[in-house]
Design a protein around this ligand. Structure first.
Ligand code: PDD
Length: 296
């Protein structure tokens, strides 16, 4: 596999970053994951807008222009002969002269890496039976709106889910409301058919898939309300699902060993997935005109 490593395209086994990189020592960096299908980046512009937001919040300069970055991503895809792929892009603050918690006085050059991950379609079991999840306290930091590379808390939460035999974890704030999944946004459908998801704030990452899906659902006349929902509402929901770049929309059918609704993926989730898949095809063929910018 060929990766992009701060100015050079090289084999994965030859790609290395400094042990003094602020990303390595402080988790000081931002990232994005963009899904390409037949060389088309699904909402690529929005991902780059969100990357800009994360970098701005962290005061890390762009290592190159957004257009140059697009070209690098393209080269990575072409060099690996991968047209349908997930590209992981990471930008860290770089290598300072000395270790200090404050940003280096003499700014260092940011370090940009890109790794293509082969796209695995959502497993048959998850598509047809839905995911099982556990709930767990949200122990992340207070700026989850930044797509920061420091991922220890969600990683521990996901490990707890794995050890409990579940597919994922939905995290719970101190008020007893769901924030989001370990690496996805969380939705429920109420018994009256209303779609609920938490509004953007510092408590969640404003997902690209989430934002697109809400717009598509509203255009289709569905009622989507952005408000926090409690674990008790999740357990009484008719349906639940997650959204994320690498899986689009995946049903959730069990939570903490309780079945959600019928315990099978429901019609609203199916409908939303098909709306989203249609959108991906339309955007790929240039038939989906939307020049709006992504605002966090
Ligand atoms: N994760 N919330 C969190 C905490 C996430 O890490 C992600 C994505 C999402 C969904 O955002 P989007 O729809 O823009 O992918 C929500 C990526 C896929 C990852 O870390 O691999």
């Amino acid at each position: 596999m060929i990766v992009y490593n701060n100015g050079v395209y090289c084999r994965l086994s030859q790609a290395a970053v400094s042990v003094q990189d602020r990303g390595y020592q402080f988790g000081d960096g931002a990232y994005e994951v963009i899904h390409y299908t037949d060389h088309h980046g699904v909402d690529e512009d929005w991902h780059l807008d969100r990357l800009d937001y994360s970098l701005t919040q962290l005061q890390i300069p762009w290592p190159m222009s957004a257009n140059a970055l697009r070209q690098c991503i393209r080269h990575v895809r072409l060099l690996n002969k991968l047209s349908t792929v997930n590209i992981y892009i990471s930008i860290t603050r770089g290598v300072p002269a000395t270790r200090d918690f404050a940003f280096p006085k003499t700014p260092c050059a940011p370090v940009l890496t890109m790794i293509p991950y082969r796209h695995k379609p959502v497993a048959e079991r998850l598509r047809t039976k839905g995911m099982t999840i556990i709930t767990a306290p949200d122990q992340r930091w207070g700026r989850c709106d930044i797509k920061a590379i420091a991922l220890l808390a969600p990683s521990l939460a996901k490990q707890a889910a794995t050890e409990a035999g579940a597919d994922d974890v939905w995290m719970v704030d101190t008020q007893g409301c769901i924030t989001e999944g370990s690496s996805c946004n969380a939705f429920i459908v109420t018994p009256t058919g209303e779609i609920l998801t938490r509004p953007p704030s510092h408590a969640i990452l404003k997902g690209i898939t989430r934002t697109r899906l809400i717009a598509l659902a509203r255009d289709a006349g569905l009622k989507v309300t952005e408000r926090p929902f409690a674990v008790s509402e999740l357990k009484e929901a008719a349906e639940a699902f997650i959204t994320r770049t690498t899986g689009f929309i995946i049903p959730v059918t069990w939570v903490d060993k309780y079945s959600i609704g019928t315990g099978h993926p429901g019609p609203v989730t199916h409908n939303l997935l098909s709306l989203y898949e249609t959108f991906v095809q339309e955007q790929k063929h240039g038939r989906f005109a939307d020049t709006t910018r992504f605002v966090v």
